[in-house]
Design a protein around this ligand. Structure first.
Ligand code: SF4
Length: 171
């Protein structure tokens, strides 16, 4: 009998895919070897999805007073804010049945909290959120989300998975 597992989206690099800007991954074995037994994991890498490729020039968040932008560190003219935001909006449409999301921390695309932002004085502050995750949470503010550090904390993970279960009952 086919069992419909609850869908959880996961940053592709946490699943062991070599999609980071430098061709590395950030594999979390607990996700691929344990979580995958009970959940249908959806691998998503926004930077690959918008065609940035591997390897790619690194990007960062910049506060330009008109709002937070994500631009090339070496080439500020390369502004990826719009495509990454658009892709976040597309994911919400393509996967309406996702009930949770495990994001890679510190990423200017995927980081949920405390992502480095270059301020107008030219200094980094850990105050930002990735533009892709911001687009998703703008559309789905109650979607359960977590980063890999919190996910590896058993108590926080248990609360997250409980919220995923509750979310799946009403969505
Ligand atoms: S953090 Fe997000 S954008 Fe960066 S490699 Fe991982 S999935 Fe892709």
């Amino acid at each position: 009998m086919q069992i419909n597992k609850i869908k959880i989206a996961v940053s592709s690099c946490l699943l062991g895919e070599s999609v980071r800007y430098d061709g590395t991954d950030k594999h979390i074995k607990y996700i691929t070897q344990v979580l995958s037994l009970n959940y249908n994991l959806i691998s998503l890498c926004p930077e690959m999805a918008v065609g940035m490729g591997v390897p790619r020039a690194p990007i960062h968040l910049v506060d330009d007073e008109g709002g937070i932008q994500v631009v090339g560190i070496d080439n500020p003219e390369c502004n990826m804010t719009k495509p990454l935001t658009q892709y976040g909006n597309e994911v919400v449409e393509i996967y309406p049945d996702i009930c949770g999301y495990i994001f890679k921390k510190n990423s200017p695309s995927c980081g949920i909290k405390n992502v480095k932002v270059l301020n107008t004085q030219g200094q980094y502050e850990r105050k930002g959120q990735g533009v892709y995750v911001a687009a998703i949470l703008n559309r789905l503010p109650s979607l359960p989300v977590i980063d890999e550090d919190d996910f590896l904390d058993a108590k926080v993970r248990k609360k997250f998975l409980y919220r995923v279960s509750e979310y799946s009952k009403v969505n």
